[in-house]
Design a protein around this ligand. Structure first.
Ligand SMILES: C[S@@+](CC[C@H](N)C(=O)[O-])C[C@H]1O[C@@H](n2cnc3c(N)ncnc32)[C@H](O)[C@@H]1O
Length: 248
């Protein structure tokens, strides 16, 4: 919802209704906590979920553009974004894991936690992830710096999933994130990204420059707000310099 707030123009705002304000966001989070579990996807441990929602809301208040969501993703969205990832894709990179909803889904699909590297910028989320997933590698850093980071001792990953709010980032930063991540992926590997918006959150010029293409693999209404997932893959070799020039 925060993604939408940042990207909407006045004209689209007029069409789609008022934007989310901080106070309505707090109301939405409070409603989310009262919402029956079947409407939110999974609810295995309601208390843990509730405290994660409050943690999220706190982080969002401190850095709304960075956190870009007022609540963790639902189990339904986690199941969708990890649906094509199998054990043979290991190792796997996760960007912006937050409280670890997608991480948990990857492990439930059979991925060994040791084969996961979690890239999280927020210090509080990074500490929480270290406690929740002690065998995974948690790197507290920006995903935009991945190009200059060694991962898995140089072994290439079979997939990447991203919970980053790309719509609140500049095209330059999105370019750095995509270029850096694809540098660490095998040639046939895919990058999975969710969005609350109506189209792929990676701008077309960025996809074209990096020789990538995006395909929507599905969507779910069992998330607040409803979300779609895109699979991004290499379709043509991009000039090597693009994958090395964006390591900032
Ligand atoms: C929309 S939240 C998604 C969290 C989680 N994946 C989920 O779906 O519930 C975005 C997450 O990305 C993190 N983040 C934002 N910018 C980042 C960056 N440049 N590098 C790494 N993590 C970042 C935020 O701290 C936050 O945890």
């Amino acid at each position: 919802m925060v993604e939408l707030k940042i990207c909407r123009t006045k004209a689209s705002e007029a069409k789609s209704g008022p934007l989310l304000t901080r106070s309505t966001a707090e109301g939405a989070a409070a409603r989310l906590l009262r919402c029956p579990p079947h409407l939110r996807g999974h609810a295995v441990d309601r208390r843990a979920e509730g405290s994660d929602t409050l943690r999220f809301l706190r982080s969002w208040k401190a850095a709304p553009l960075r956190v870009a969501a007022i609540a963790p993703s639902s189990g339904a969205l986690a199941a969708l974004i990890t649906s094509e990832i199998e054990m043979h894709h290991a190792p796997v990179i996760e960007l912006g894991p937050g409280t670890g909803v997608f991480t948990k889904a990857l492990i439930a699909r059979g991925l060994d936690p040791e084969a996961l590297t979690l890239i999280e910028l927020d210090a509080e989320f990074a500490s929480l992830l270290r406690v929740r997933f002690p065998q995974a590698q948690v790197l507290e850093m920006s995903a935009a710096r991945l190009r200059v980071q060694t991962l898995f001792s140089g072994r290439k990953a079979g997939a990447a999933i991203s919970g980053l709010g790309l719509l609140s980032m500049s095209p330059r930063t999105v370019m750095a994130i995509l270029a850096g991540t694809f540098f660490h992926l095998r040639p046939d590997a895919a990058f999975y990204q969710f969005t609350y918006g109506p189209r792929c959150p990676v701008p077309r010029p960025v996809l074209d420059r990096l020789g990538l293409d995006a395909e929507r693999i599905g969507g779910t209404f069992r998330n607040l707000p409803p979300a779609s997932v895109y699979r991004i893959r290499r379709v043509s070799p991009a000039p090597q310099r693009l994958y090395s020039a964006h390591g900032y």
